[in-house]
Write a protein that binds this ligand. Structure first.
Ligand SMILES: [Zn+2]
Length: 140
């Protein structure tokens, strides 16, 4: 607001701030919580995301967080695979990545069409699907 003198502007801002409606206060509180960068908060969120990942990978790994093809159990290389190769399509329609897909699957009470795979098996699956190996093994 273009006030002529700064004191009036300050006074007006203070007035607006102290006369906020409960909805405005709640909105503000939510926004602050969302951008909370305190280390303890970050650690909590990190743990929560990790727990969600383990839970989802355990469910889709048939009871253990392991790759369903080769049995790899190191969590760092495990990922969620779309059995019908419709991941790109799904991301396009719902735009869910990372933690949000875990949250989404949990909210939908674990729909089918997913499995736990390690990245090696993911790449092998992709290569087999795209036929990169067919030419090589055919010429041998
Ligand atoms: Zn594997």
């Amino acid at each position: 607001m273009p006030y002529k003198d700064k004191e009036t502007a300050k006074k007006r801002r203070r007035e607006l701030w102290s006369n906020r409606t409960p909805e405005q206060k709640e909105r503000r509180r939510k926004r602050v919580r969302l951008h909370d960068k305190r280390p303890e908060r970050k650690e909590y969120q990190c743990k929560r995301r990790f727990a969600a990942k383990v839970e989802i990978l355990t469910y889709y790994g048939n009871g253990n967080p392991v790759c369903v093809t080769c049995g790899e159990s190191r969590l760092a290389c495990l990922s969620l695979d779309h059995i019908n190769n419709n991941g790109a399509e799904e991301r396009r329609s719902r735009a869910k990545y990372g933690y949000n897909i875990y949250k989404h699957l949990k909210a939908q009470s674990f729909p089918s069409g997913y499995q736990t795979l390690c990245m090696n098996c993911q790449f092998i699956k992709a290569h087999e699907r795209q036929g990169f190996y067919r030419e090589v093994s055919g010429s041998q």
